[in-house]
Design a protein around this ligand. Structure first.
Ligand code: FCB
Length: 435
């Protein structure tokens, strides 16, 4: 059980559980192809050769899953809408059956007293848009705002909070420079364009949602606490550069309307011409700030890195089943930094959790959550405006390039039978949140 008490967080503090569409829904009654369908179908991209065709079969089992959210004591559920389910070609005519599914899901939350926190884009770009260049094509900002308009008009009055993008660093750098996520490119020009067009899509998406009358808008950024591997000035430089790439590019764009100067210098040749003129459209007024936190990045200078001479080293701290260092202090530090340097908006920690070896009893995960909840209380005490916390994830699910081997659920999923079994960590939240 957790040591902290519900009252310590304040009455209005939101506790939720999070998932994303591609990772849990399965195809269900049909959806268009996304970049993750074709990426997963290509051998070598996903460790266990798996795909998202069935996943947790949440498309059919959502009532049971929402019951789990409610019975866990969570007041909110963070989910994402699959763009290709509602717009199979990414643009053009919507698919009614797809819209109907999200009607059922959102109404199902409201019936259970769960506040719907929607994310419009959690990585499943329609393949038809990838054929046109995807995030590398400037038109994607328009396709996205048309999609946002559709969602806003149809569901906006029932959503408690809405985010445009989940973790644009992953959609840009991890997917277009490091090649580890769909569409699997390794190219700075593709990456720089994706970075900028994602930001422009966010800005245009916010404008479209506002015009459709949707309230409480934000974006979800993943931040890593970047620290130097040694006290050398070279490693300090490497950690700082990585913080620009990972954190400050997106924080700067969204909350200041500016990209970090040093990073822009390095990317200058690859960014689309005239990018500066888009900054005002990117810098929209928001209502809340979403931060996902998992680990720190311990960085060392690496002359072999070319334009980005910085590389991650294996740190000494206790690690999760994905070998990510467990570092709750990094969460406190980042929350305080963001509140101090970027925004006074209420911050929701929209994802936090750990991959752990299979099993129903997960004492290390219970401890992980307890330590990160404490880290949030520490950040609040230091003045950070933290308003909510979402556990990643409600369910074991398709963990992208790791397939189904790495388990983040506070509820176990047996993928052979689709049976859900709450873990000790779920019970710990239930105990904390019991009225
Ligand atoms: C985040 C993603 C989420 C999940 C967790 C473990 O980067 O937003 O979908 O994969 O990591």
């Amino acid at each position: 059980m957790f040591g902290s008490r519900r009252e310590e967080f304040g009455e209005d503090f939101v506790f939720g559980a999070a998932t994303s569409a591609f990772q849990i829904e399965g195809v269900g009654d049909g959806r268009g192809s996304s970049i993750w369908d074709t990426f997963a179908a290509t051998p070598g991209n996903v460790v266990d050769g798996s795909d998202g065709l069935v996943a947790c079969d949440h498309f059919n089992r959502w009532p049971e899953d929402l019951d789990l959210v409610r019975d866990g004591g969570f007041g909110a559920y963070r989910f994402s809408i699959a763009w290709p389910r509602v717009l199979p070609e990414g643009k053009g005519p919507p698919r009614d059956a797809g819209l109907d599914f999200y009607d059922r899901l959102i109404d199902g939350m409201l019936e259970r007293g769960i506040a719907p926190y929607a994310t419009l884009y959690h990585w499943d770009l329609p393949s038809a848009l990838q054929d046109l260049g995807g995030w590398q094509n400037r038109d994607v900002a328009r396709w996205f705002s048309d999609y946002a308009d559709l969602i806003g008009r149809r569901f906006g009055d029932r959503l408690a909070a809405t985010a445009t993008l989940n973790e644009p660093w992953c959609s840009a750098w991890l997917s277009h420079v490091l090649g580890k996520h769909a569409p699997g490119l390794r190219d700075y020009r593709a990456g720089a364009r994706a970075m900028h067009h994602l930001m422009l899509a966010h800005g245009n998406g916010i404008a479209a949602l506002r015009a459709a009358g949707v309230r409480n808008l934000g974006i979800v950024l993943n931040l890593e606490k970047c620290e130097p591997a040694t006290p050398s000035p070279e490693d300090a430089f490497a950690a700082n550069l990585w913080a620009d790439v990972f954190n400050r590019f997106y924080l700067g764009a969204v909350y200041r309307g500016a990209y970090p100067a040093e990073l822009v210098q390095r990317l200058e040749d690859f960014l689309p011409a005239g990018w500066e003129a888009d900054l005002p459209a990117i810098h929209q007024k928001l209502d809340w700030c979403g931060i996902n936190y998992y680990t720190r990045a311990l960085m060392r200078h690496d002359p072999a890195g070319g334009l980005f001479p910085t590389t991650k080293v294996d740190g000494p701290l206790e690690k999760t089943d994905l070998d990510w260092e467990i570092y709750p202090k990094g969460l406190t530090d980042l929350l305080v930094e963001v509140s101090r340097d970027y925004t006074d908006l209420p911050i929701h920690v929209t994802e936090n959790g750990m991959a752990e070896v299979p099993g129903i009893d997960d004492p290390r995960r219970v401890r992980f959550y307890e330590e990160h909840l404490r880290a949030i209380l520490a950040a609040k005490a230091a003045g950070a405006n933290v308003a909510g916390y979402f556990a990643w994830s409600l369910l074991d699910n398709f963990e992208w390039a790791e397939g189904y081997l790495k388990r983040f659920g506070i509820v176990e999923v047996d993928f052979a039978t689709q049976k859900r079994t709450p873990r000790s960590s779920y019970r710990a939240f239930q105990e904390l949140l019991r009225r």
